[in-house]
Structure formats: C-alpha cells, structure tokens
Design a protein around this ligand. Structure first.
Ligand code: ZN
Length: 234
C-alpha cells in the first residue's frame, strides 16, 4: 500500500503548504493541519527531533501551548499518546520520558515512566506544569533522546508538585513526586519551554556505550528523518 500512502502524503503536504501561506490553519476539528499530518502520518514509532538537525533544533527551542478540551477528547490525541508511548519505549530509543516537541509538536504533552510506581508504567500528561520545586538540589546523570550519545551532570530539585489535565475528566489534577521520577518530570517539562538539559548541566560528555547501542539501529535507518516531515509547518 505504499503508493496510496504517498498520495495521502502529497495531499496533506499541499494542505500544510496552503496553511503556511496564510490559508486556514485549522480547517475543521482539533489540532492544526500540520499537527494532524504529524500525528497521522508518523509511524507507530515516531521520528525524534535531534539538535544536530537545523529545523529540529528550532522546534526544540519553541514554547509549547496547551491542548483544548476538544483536542483532549479527540481520536488524534489518543493516537498521539499511543505513538509517543511506543516511541519512548522502543528499543532504538529506550527512554524514560519524551516531550511533544521531540516528535514534532509545539504542545504541552509529555510521557514519563513512573519509576516510583509498581510496574513502572509510562503515563501521558497533557497540559502539564510544575507548580512547586521541593527539597534539596541533587546532581545526577541525564541524557536526552534529542541529544544522542551524550550525557551530563545536572542539578535538579529532589521533588516537585506537578499538575495536568486528566484527559478523561478534563479536570486539573496535581501530585507530589520525588526522586528520579521528579527529575524525569523536570527534564520533560523543560522541553515544553524550549529548555534542554545542556542549558542546566554542570558538565556534558560523550557516552560511547550509548553510541554503540544506537549503531545497529542507525544502520537500519531507524533515526532517518522522513522526507514528508521536511514541510513548511515543521
Ligand atoms: Zn530530553
């Protein structure tokens, strides 16, 4: 079904170009035209933006905006959540958290592995904010899927109070989180304000082990940027 997929790609690309030229960016329903393209056209494991790509680097520095109730109730949000979870959990990424700008969207959504809960599940948090930083400053090693092969020593707060919109009830929910999970939340929420861990790191260094882990997947093209993603709205 490759050819029909290409036709769909061409159609959505034209729609995106029209939008970028001053046409209606939001034709009908939730999300902008280009956002719908990213959500629907991406494979189940999405392309992850990297700082070494110029367009990606601009996206990674963008400020993200909230999702509306209509967007949270939509099938597109459900699809985005599913794909973000599949991406962060994929063997080629092997992350503990991911933020929407890393998969091409300037929206306040993150997926975080709750290493503090039984079974260590990955959970999606829309419209997330950190309301309070708690406890002492702790220093730990961090890496980022968008800065592959490097790690840094980063000072973070030991705990945080987070709040987000429950996508089922559309009510705001808040929770106090501590330890490594709190560090993941701080890293991911930073992404939504265009902040990378390297901005806060006391040192950044190469991680040859991570490079070696990525090599076989890179050979298979697992990190190649899809051509359709080089569009006007990206
Ligand atoms: Zn990151």
């Amino acid at each position: 079904m490759r050819s029909s997929r290409l036709l769909i790609a061409a159609a959505v690309l034209v729609a995106g170009m029209l939008a970028a030229c001053g046409g209606p960016r939001k034709l009908q329903g939730p999300f902008e035209v280009w956002e719908r393209t990213v959500i629907t056209m991406s494979d189940s494991v999405m392309y992850v933006s990297v700082v070494s790509d110029f367009e990606d680097s601009l996206l990674l520095r963008a400020h993200c905006r909230d999702l509306s109730d209509e967007e949270l109730r939509s099938d597109l949000f459900e699809m985005l959540s599913r794909k973000m979870l599949a991406t962060v959990r994929s063997p080629q990424q092997g992350g503990v958290g991911i933020a929407a700008p890393q998969v091409g969207l300037r929206r306040r959504v993150v997926a975080v592995q709750r290493t503090d809960l039984p079974g260590e599940p990955f959970v999606v948090y829309p419209n997330i904010r950190i309301d309070k930083y708690l406890g002492d400053t702790v220093r730990g090693r961090e890496g980022c899927l968008s800065i592959p092969g490097r790690r840094g020593i980063v000072p973070r707060s030991e705990g945080v109070v987070i709040s987000w919109t429950d996508p089922q009830t559309l009510q705001r929910v808040s929770e106090e989180v501590h330890g490594f999970t709190a560090v993941i939340f701080q890293h991911e929420v930073d992404h939504l304000d265009g902040v990378l861990y390297t901005d806060r790191a006391e040192s950044v260094f190469a991680d040859p082990e991570w490079e070696a882990e990525r090599a076989p997947y890179a050979e298979q093209g697992a990190y190649d940027k899809p051509r359709w993603l080089r569009g006007p709205g990206y």
